[in-house]
Design a protein around this ligand. Structure first.
Ligand code: IPM
Ligand code: MN
Length: 350
């Protein structure tokens, strides 16, 4: 019996997660495993009502779960940063989810803005470091609001943090067994302290994987190649900030936020899975949001639990739904409601 903590969150998060749970329930029944889902109402509404963001007690409770399933965080009446830092980033940091795993995979039948590129060419994974870099909050401000203002925001990169992330990327690449190539995405020509560390660790660790090719690309060039030659990539490993940026680009070339999923992974602890898009508040309650990103996050969750066959059943069902049914992945243009898309995925599980 798996224990899953569910945080539906803000805006359209709950609608997406509802379909995700629908699919998890169906696949569990088919595969003969059980899970118990406990829902937590953290997010903008609770914060506005009670002032509470994420109590320490909940964080402790989360440590007792097999996984966390998150909808989306972000509320139009809450100042940007409060919920993101207080919930999403806090969970990533305190649960030490040191890898943010983001597959960039174009399913057959899905439209990509890249001319002449298809599912053969767009199939790679970004391993984004998820607990360090510019996201640490290191820095400060002096004389704020005056013409003498000084703002410093530092990127923290530790040997240990870089090493475990890079090692995860090589292990993942081996297991994935596709092009067998890991590309380090950095900026060694300018960020000569941080990416000197990354580059040395990348090669030291990489030497232990002689069967995996090592490649390097600056982050700006990575953006260029992702558009021009996405087939060059298999696994990309990079720091927190660059990973954040290139995975939005990745989401667009795989068909948009309607399908882009990610996992915040602590291989030794509790991992959290989420659609990588935002809460899309303007569509709230309309039953038009695409739940496939949440459903794909559910597939990643199953993979992490070790339910590999169930994970692949969900993935294949999503592929069928994309290929045979959806007119578009965009909210309101799918040709189906949110609930109907969930039902379709369930139908193809069988
Ligand atoms: C993401 C998001 C978050 C991030 C925000 C909401 C803090 O953009 O998951 O990519 O920057 O990591
Ligand atoms: Mn982002």
């Amino acid at each position: 019996m798996y224990k899953i903590a569910v945080i539906p969150g803000d805006g359209t998060g709950p609608e997406q997660i509802r379909e995700g749970i629908k699919v998890l329930t169906a696949v569990a029944e088919l595969e003969g495993f059980k899970f118990e889902a406990l829902t937590y109402d953290f997010g903008g509404d609770r914060y506005l009502r009670t002032g509470e963001i994420l109590p320490d007690s909940a964080l402790e409770e989360f440590r007792g779960f097999n996984a966390i399933y998150l909808g989306a965080i972000g509320h139009p009446q809450v100042k940007p940063g409060i919920l993101e830092k207080g919930i999403l980033l806090r969970l990533r940091f305190e649960l030490d989810q040191y890898v943010n795993l983001r597959p960039v995979k174009l399913y057959p039948g899905v439209e990509t803005p890249l001319k002449d590129k298809g599912p053969e060419e767009i199939d790679f994974v970004v391993v984004r470091e998820n607990t360090e870099g510019l996201y640490c909050g290191a820095g400060g401000v002096l004389k704020r609001g005056s013409r003498d203002e000084v703002a410093v925001q530092s990127s923290i990169n530790t040997y240990k943090g870089v090493e475990r992330c890079v090692r995860y990327a090589f292990d993942y690449c081996r297991e994935r067994n596709k092009r067998r190539k890991v590309t380090l995405c950095g900026k060694t020509n300018v960020l000569t302290y941080a990416f000197d560390l990354w580059e040395r660790v990348f090669h030291d660790v990489g030497k232990e994987y002689p069967d995996v090719e090592r490649d390097y690309a600056h982050v700006d060039a990575t953006c260029m190649w992702m558009v021009k030659n996405p087939e060059w990539f298999d696994v990309i490993v990079t720091d927190n900030m660059f990973g954040d940026i290139i995975t939005d680009l990745g989401a667009m070339i795989q068909g948009g936020m309607g399908i882009a999923a990610g996992g915040n992974i602590n291989p030794e602890g509790v991992s959290m899975f989420e659609p990588i898009g935002g809460s899309a508040p303007k569509y709230t309650g309309q039953n038009v949001i695409n739940p496939l990103a949440a459903i794909c996050a559910g597939s990643m969750l199953l993979e992490q639990l070790g339910e590999k066959r169930a994970a692949s059943m969900v993935d294949k069902a999503v592929e069928q739904v994309c290929a045979k049914h959806l007119k578009s992945l965009a909210a309101g243009r799918m040709g189906y409601s949110t609930g109907e898309v969930g039902d379709l995925v369930v139908r193809y599980l069988r």
